[in-house]
Design a protein around this ligand. Sequence first.
Ligand code: GRF
Length: 192
Amino acid sequence: MEKYPGKRKIAVFISGRGSNLKNLIKHSKKKNSLIKIILVISNNPNAEGLKYASRSKIKIFGIKFKNISSFEKNSLKLLKKYNIDLLCLAGFMKILSGNFIKKFSKPILNIHPSLLPKYKGLNTHERAIKNKDKFAGASIHKVTEKLDSGKVILQKKVKILKSDTVRSLEKKVLKIEHKIYPKAIDKFLSNL
Ligand code: GRF
């Protein structure tokens, strides 16, 4: 018999704080959510998010980072072993290779703190403020070989006020991230 009827098996990759992970775990516990988080992997064994996941009885793996290829090799084994259907990156600060994406062969989603295609890469809020943009935001997109360039699944914007600093904008965008990541995952899965 299927172990989690109607739910897809999800793995999450994180590097640090893990507020998006925490939010996804909460979402996964709702009756109507389409996901069951099976394992969380981090390239940083001290990542704060690992502690929360382990308290939620989710399998955690902190892989001491030597290089991306050994990280990918180890995590690929785990993803296959646990028969993962979808990988979600949430504050994962390493770039996965095309080889990994191909070998995993299931979809991978990422959350990015900008209105893609604007501001791929790092320091998104700083760049938006510097350019005097009117809006910032967050995007959930499919992960491809090209950094932050896969199809956008969901995006939400927030106004940048004159008084905003990088810190205050980061806070506002994080709130949006927490709103849209669970929605985007469910939307993505129900269209598969
Ligand atoms: C988020 O802003 C995410 O978009 C970015 O890194 C941050 C991670 O936050 N890639 P958390 O670890 O989920 O709290």
